[in-house]
Write a protein that binds this ligand. Sequence first.
Ligand code: 3HC
Ligand code: NAI
Length: 699
Amino acid sequence: MSAEYQVHGDVAVITLNNPPVNGLGLATRQGIVDGLGKAQADAGVKAIVITGAGGAFSGGADIKEFGTDKSLAEPNLHTVIAAIEQSAKPVIAAIHSVCMGGGLELALGCHYRVAAPGCSVALPEVKLGLLPGAGGTQRLPRVIGVEAALNMIVSGEAVKSEFIASVPGQKLFDKLAASPESLAEEALAFARSVADTRPLPLVRNLPCKHPQGDAYFQFARNMVKGMAKNFPAPAKCVDAVEAATKNKKFDDGLARERERFINLMWTAESRALRHLFFAERAASKIPDVPADTRKRDVKKVAVIGAGTMGGGIAMNFLNAGIPVVMLETKQEALERGVGTMRKNYEAQVKKGKLKQDKYDQRMALLTTTLDYADLKDADLVIEAVFEDMGVKEQVFKKLDEVMKPGAILASNTSTLDLNQIASFTKRPQDVVGLHFFSPANVMKLLEVVRGDATAHDVLATVMAVAKKIKKTAVVSGVCDGFIGNRMIEQYGRQAGFLLDEGCTPSQVDKAIEKFGFAMGPFRMGDLAGNDIGWAIRKRRAVEKPGMKYSKTADLLCERGRFGQKVGKGWYDYVAGKRDAIPNAEVEQMVAEHRQSLGITPRKISDEEIVQRLVYSLVNEAAHILEEGIANKASDIDVVYIFGYGFPVHRGGPLNYANEVGLFSVAQAMKRFAQNPQDDASFWQPAPLIERLVAEGKGF
Ligand code: 3HC
Ligand code: NAI
């Protein structure tokens, strides 16, 4: 049963009980309607309180039901709210902890609302590509005003109950309880105090107007257009709230809201966001590491190397209030690294994003050293020295000597074999990869690299640490490039072949940016430094001599065009600006190389560019899944959304492939395999794709 019914004297209490957040699934909705029925039938009951068990009043509709028959089945949320409004006895919502989406809409349907302080109140549907679909757009403006309501609906952000209660004139809460602990008692007392009040107040009967209606909604529309270019929901939120101010009949506004909600539910954008909601949460779950695995304490962290990555990594921990000791080989390197960290923080202070005292507190948690002996009390050490196996060997041997037993030894390597690194120690079970992305204090993604020997409690601990420092962690097995970079290499190869066949760098970038990528491959190369890929290809030429690449990127590097850091790469850059200006010399270089290969340039459509770039990611991902490097398809989507700027509204490469249909994706791959300028062997669809196509399934 997912709603409980109890009678306390003359007050009936209906308690939603559908863990983890009392989502309003079918059984819960039915439970509320049943409870209301019992309360109406019991002459001894004078008032009804609705509340939630555990850590939430309600987190809203049960998202797991979306897309299933249960989601719209009767009693739907409209029917439940109508039953509350029509109750002959007053219904009081006793709200605490989390009151969101359909949960808030349910509360707005009640005659009265008593809230505990500290409760997060939100209509977050827009974050799932939806609008509130059970009266939220019609009722919230009536209790907190049109502008405040529209801000909450369009942003989806939570507001604290005590803040709302402090706003003069608000009608959302009839009472703010003294504390979460006293809510139940105060709600019962409140229910008794209104038991005989008639007529019962309804939010639907309150007026809803904006003094400068047309001008205000025009302004709001312009704002959301700029902010949410790939998503239809925010504009629909504005339409729905405007309708609340214009419709003469409340139920007309409700009906239009419902229609818009159902239409949005079927959009690819909403499916993508719902997929990512669960994907992000699923990423932290590792199949063979139970959720109750005991974690090690991480109270102090050591970072080796104060370069580009070391400084950023250290900042994450300082921001979370965890002390860091940073080790380098030379005092100058330490000073340079700490200077960069200070500069980063100072920029945040200047922009008003960080208070001076917070900055001071964070820096006070940092110590520096040249001596390994100073690391011995750290619980976790993260190595971020040069990407060179010899240097890593020296460092890990030293760490093995000095670190206390049970300390976790992590490497930030982006390409080296973690198992080999672990073998430099006598405690490979304590070694793990923590692959941060640059800039490490900004990028949300963290690839956790699991070595053959990595212990379960080490994995459980670093996943928890990742959450503490606000990273989205995904587990990867050991292979060259792990999940993200292994896939991006194929994408980069395709970008090169496209140049050889007739594209210019800006044509490729524009096509994929129109698809929604934050940055095309050539602008990305210029930002990251083209010399990095150059070094990797040189190494590859030794390790994997058969791999086919376009030579254009090497030719570019031979001209010293390393990217933004030198003011020139695939594009030109003006100092202090990030605009990519196409360069005729580069285009000439590409054309000459093409000629040297004897290729007659052809016109390549944007569609082909996008398919080749995105499907190259998809095919490599399928191999990665099959080899067990990634645990699940959704993990790969999380890597690409949080680490590589893949368009959020497409839900990641594998969600996108599912949307297109794997049959079409495989057909396209087979077509690309026929292209003599491309790599036919790469374009054989991965066996996993062939199998899924044969079974009519998606990833
Ligand atoms: N339905 C089903 N499951 C939900 C859920 C929901 N509405 N909200 C959260 N969950 C689940 C999560 O999937 C997760 O499950 P797991 O433990 O199996 O992974 C668990 O609850 C805990 O979630 P979090 O890890 O996010 O826990 P937090 O404590 O950090 O956050 C929360 C709790 C603030 C409620 C957050 O989960 C959240 O923002 N949830 C989404 C709320 C939302 O979008 N509601 C609107 C739904 S649409 C709607 O109501 C339509 C209506 O207008 C008609
Ligand atoms: P970097 O060159 O900026 O910094 C490396 C630092 O390590 C230097 O300050 C150097 O003095 C120090 N160092 C070298 N040997 C040392 C030793 N024996 N003991 C202590 N300190 C030593 O390099 P970067 O870019 O910070 O890379 C570090 C690691 O992070 C590499 O393994 C790299 O592959 C990885 N990485 C880099 C990313 C990037 O975008 N730069 C992204 C993800 C991972």
